[in-house]
Ligand binder design. Structure first.
Ligand SMILES: [Ca+2]
Ligand SMILES: [Ca+2]
Length: 415
């Protein structure tokens, strides 16, 4: 930009600032004299009529919506025209077009208008525009002279799948932005009656309170405070399976049937770190999915008193049957303060019995501190023995950089 133009802009800016300052000084002087100046602080307020909100909502199943029109003062009578018009909604199908005169009696500061709703065929939210116009003499429209009424549909009825493992039945369904949450109900007989067992906000649910070899029946509905609840899903069932692993839920309170240990070899980004000893995995009785114990690897984040440098591991060997489909299922609950997965990592691996890597099933830096499910098909290893291996690596960076992982309900089923 040419220098002369820049100078002109700066001069203009100085002039504008000076003008504003002069206007403010003038307004203060006028106010001190008890005079009123339109649009300046201290002036007599303009009397206005407005919608009480910019947006309104109704449930699709509602027969009407109530809209509030407010005015800034109750002095005298006042009138204003209220009218609807199509947004994405269609008059005559989704609602009844409404045009009316809103009348305030002396002393009244708010009035309501009812817009009839017709529960039309819309499968998604639709909108109605609301407009005020023609206020009576002495009144003007306030900042909210228009508003939008949204007719909200219910969340969709979930489509649920259920999978049983040795310890749990795992339910999942599609996420739905219209749902606040979900209600999971269960029965031990097909067709119910069902008992509510959970209200997850996630689009999955782990039912860890199941008896071995039992079939459970579930329905799930989506809930929404401002939309209403969906219908119950179709019923699904899940059956617990036998487990080719032993003590997969760590309910012995120790690592019976597992091999645990740690290594101080640093895997990633070790230069300049101050090595701290890694600990062996431990039994955790606080963060547990099923029963009263889980396994914990790494260092807890609260408090993160020292971060190890190296890895903690936990494994069990399993002979994969020569026939049938073999499935590994595990549940994990991650925590981490480290921003970088290249520094700390939570892993689930399949190794051969010489610790050769066959498959990486999980490689995460999960910090959500909720139980999640992992599963993998082990049928490719039919007829051989593989090592189901859990590991947490940490980089020993120090305080406030820890990573941990709880593991529970590890099962290998063959069907
Ligand atoms: Ca357990
Ligand atoms: Ca770290």
């Amino acid at each position: 930009m040419a220098r002369s133009v820049m100078h002109a802009i700066r001069r203009g800016e100085r002039y504008r600032r000076r003008s504003v300052a002069i206007a403010a000084t003038l307004a203060m002087a006028i106010a001190s004299l008890g005079l009123a100046l339109p649009g300046v602080a201290g002036a007599k307020p303009v009397k206005t009529i407005s919608f009480s909100a910019a947006t309104y909502s109704a449930r699709k199943a509602d027969t009407s919506a109530t809209i509030t029109v407010s005015r800034s003062s109750g002095s005298g009578k006042a009138r204003v025209n209220f009218a609807t018009s199509d947004g994405t909604a269609t008059a005559g199908t989704d609602y009844t077009a409404t045009s009316t005169l809103v009348q305030f009696k002396s002393g009244q500061t708010s009035q309501t208008v009812t817009v009839p709703l017709l529960n039309g065929p819309a499968t998604d939210d639709v909108t109605i525009n609301l407009t005020l116009s023609g206020p009576s003499k002495g009144w003007s429209l306030g900042t909210q002279g228009t508003a939008v009424l949204t007719i909200k549909v219910k969340p969709a009825t979930p489509t649920v799948t259920a999978t049983g493992d040795s310890y749990d039945v795992y339910l999942s369904w599609g996420a739905d932005a219209k749902a606040d949450g979900f209600v999971v109900s269960r029965s031990t007989t097909a067709g119910g009656p069902y008992t509510q067992i959970g209200t997850p906000t996630t689009n999955w649910f782990i039912d860890p309170t199941v008896d071995s070899g039992t079939t459970y029946y579930y329905v799930v509905k989506a809930t929404s405070a401002d939309r209403g609840d969906s219908a119950d899903s179709s019923e699904v069932s899940g059956t617990t399976t036998s487990n080719l692993l032993s003590n997969g839920g760590f309910e012995t309170g120790d690592f019976t049937s597992w091999t645990i240990g740690h290594g101080d070899t640093c895997l990633f980004n070790c230069t300049g770190r101050h090595p701290h000893t890694m600990f062996d995995p431990s039994i955790d009785t606080g963060t547990v999915l099923g029963g009263s114990d889980s396994a914990f690897l790494g260092d807890p984040i609260s408090p993160c008193t020292t971060e190890g440098q190296g890895y903690a591991f936990l494994y069990q060997d399993v002979a994969v049957p020569a026939t049938g489909t073999t499935t590994l299922t595990w549940y994990y609950n991650g925590q981490s303060q480290d921003p970088f997965i290249t520094f700390d990592v939570q892993q689930v691996l399949i190794l051969d019995t010489s610790n050769g890597l066959l498959a990486t099933l999980q490689n995460t830096l999960d910090r959500d501190r909720i139980w999640k499910r992992g599963s993998a098909d082990l049928t490719a290893y039919a007829g051989s023995t593989v090592r189901v291996y859990f590991r947490v690596y940490e980089d020993g960076f120090g305080l406030g950089d820890c990573t941990g992982l709880n593991v529970d309900n590890v099962s290998v089923s063959n069907e």
